[in-house]
Design a protein around this ligand. Structure first.
Ligand code: DAH
Length: 345
């Protein structure tokens, strides 16, 4: 019997040793230590033993049980620990891996230039005004001293929607709309950025849709000196302190007198080169003193109030500022072009 118990122990211990999972370990526990197991069976035969041998065998049987269950416990712990290890290993995050770069966008160069100009004028006390892109013929032309049949209307080949409605050809109608809202009372001090439309064939310097920024100041005692000073500040802030401006006489129906502003050419410093077509000057914008007819039509007393206005093309300004040679770059959204403006965001 002793022999049998020892064999059972050896057999069980070996099986436990070889077990690789908790389920079969439990099967072994049931098989060897359960009520129907071989040890219990051996012990049932104790009745045939002598009185001296019985306690010895009982003690041995208990030892065998204890050894087996101890081994099972130990194996169970080892298997559980191994399972946790395995899970941890499979769930480990390798924090040494470099991350995937996140692509960051940047503002469109036109947006940058417009915001820069807006900030500059907001800093001088201007408000940003907006107007509709589908505009009434009245605001786009008539209220700006361009009555029906006026020859200057031919200069602006327009997209008409009906006889009275068109896609605005400039941002100047916002002047008239804003003055109307002020009901004859100054001061008015606005800039107005927005899209405008003309029937142009697209090429390196023309686009059927482009942007303008309009400026308007109306108050008592506004003079040409105010206009010049404002434009000077604008030019130097936008293009550099070393830039000079000059005002050339020009004509716009809604201003009198009218001027065009040039700045000294950065490329040649005023000597004359291909960019400035040998003149040393580059044209930047149109401006002038608001025509009395325009003030009166918008409800302002032109004897009491005077004003100045200016209009510029941010595309042209961006082209000069960044050395861009084709206006179409702004609209074709070539990512290689756009991402060059990501610096200093
Ligand atoms: N509206 C003019 C254009 O589209 C630009 C312009 C010139 C606006 C002179 C003005 C101005 O306000 O005073 O060409």
């Amino acid at each position: 019997m002793e022999q049998k118990l020892k064999e059972l122990q050896a057999e069980a211990l070996q099986k436990i040793e070889q077990t690789e999972d908790l389920k079969s370990l439990n099967d072994i526990r049931v098989a060897y230590l359960g009520k129907k197991g071989p040890i219990t069976e051996v012990l049932r035969g104790m009745g045939q033993l002598s009185a001296e041998e019985r306690p010895k065998m009982g003690a041995l049987a208990n030892e065998v049980r204890a050894a087996i269950s101890e081994k099972i416990e130990a194996k169970q712990e080892a298997l559980e620990a191994a399972a946790v290890e395995k899970q941890l290993a499979s769930e480990t995050i390798d924090i040494t891996l470099p991350g995937r770069p996140v692509k960051v966008g940047n503002h469109h160069p036109l947006t940058k230039v417009i915001e820069e100009i807006e900030d500059l004028f907001i800093g001088m006390g201007y408000q940003v005004a907006e107007g509709p892109e589908v505009e009434k013929d009245y605001y786009n032309f008539e209220a700006l001293n361009l009555p029906k049949g006026h020859p200057a209307r031919d200069m602006q080949d327009s997209f008409y929607i009906t006889e009275e409605l068109l896609l605005r050809t400039h941002t100047s109608p916002v002047q008239a709309r804003t003055m109307e809202k002020h009901e004859g009372k100054g001061p008015v001090k606005i800039i107005c950025p927005g899209k405008v439309y003309r029937r142009d064939n697209d090429d390196a310097t023309h686009s059927h849709q482009f942007m303008q920024i309009e400026g308007l100041v109306v108050d008592e005692n506004i003079t040409m000196g105010d206009l010049k000073g404002t434009l000077q500040v604008f030019a130097k802030k936008m293009f550099g302190e070393d830039r000079e401006i000059r005002l050339r006489p020009s004509f716009f129906p809604f201003t009198e007198p009218s001027v065009e502003m040039d700045i000294t050419c950065k490329i040649c410093g005023g000597e004359g080169c291909s960019v400035c077509k040998g003149t040393g000057w580059i044209e930047i914008l149109g401006a002038g003193m608001v025509h009395p007819n325009v003030l009166e039509m918008a409800g302002f007393d032109s004897k009491k109030y005077t004003g100045f206005a200016f209009g510029m093309g941010p595309e042209r300004i961006a082209m000069l500022k960044y050395g861009i040679d084709d206006i179409r770059h702004f609209y074709t959204n070539d990512i290689r072009f756009l991402k060059q403006f990501a610096v200093n965001e």
